[in-house]
Design a protein around this ligand. Structure first.
Ligand code: HEC
Length: 143
């Protein structure tokens, strides 16, 4: 709710200034949106692996590619170290930038390793991805 209000507030500022180009998200809002997109795409694969939705090779593969694109945008999106009170990002990100980038690359590497040809393959390759989310969150996201 609070997050929704904050982004509404930001878009109102940008609209009233008349510079629509600036309406591109930045800082915390962009980070939060990126992570929410990552979560929702990842949950497609997780639900498929758990047979909560039907296995579909082409959906699995396109979801994997979407996740790779999202992951590739993380370093640029996280460059902005704006830290409003509702952000869960820790200042350690910008103090250990190289390490943060390497965790982001580990995430991409795990996504590259997802096998989408059969349900069994998907299941056995997905755990590695979850581990890379956890490893970055443990160090760089507030609990
Ligand atoms: C390279 C580091 C890194 C990786 C990898 C990563 N995250 Fe995050 N995630 C963060 C940080 C940092 C935040 C806090 C961002 C903020 O609040 O400014 C975050 C926040 C989130 C949030 C909260 C978003 C919000 O504001 O509502 C979700 C959900 C999330 N991550 C899911 C995931 C999932 C699922 C994965 C793996 C599939 C993942 N993340 C991988 C660093 C990472």
């Amino acid at each position: 709710m609070l997050k929704g209000l904050v982004s509404l507030y930001l878009s109102l500022i940008f609209l009233s200034s008349g510079t629509i180009v600036l309406a591109a998200e930045s800082g915390y809002v962009a980070r939060s949106n990126l992570m929410q997109n990552i979560r929702s795409e990842f949950s497609v694969l997780a639900r498929m692996a758990q047979e909560k939705i039907q296995f579909d090779e082409s959906l699995a593969e396109s979801t994997r590619l979407t996740l790779l694109n999202l992951a590739a945008s993380a370093p640029t999106i996280f460059e902005d170290n704006e830290l409003p009170i509702n952000s869960e990002a820790l200042p350690a990100i910008w103090e250990n930038w190289e390490d943060f980038i390497s965790k982001s690359e580990d995430f991409e590497f795990a996504l590259e390793g997802i096998e989408t040809s059969t349900l069994i393959d998907l299941r056995s390759s997905l755990g590695n991805v979850g581990a890379t989310c956890g490893s970055c969150h443990q160090k760089y996201r507030m609990k």
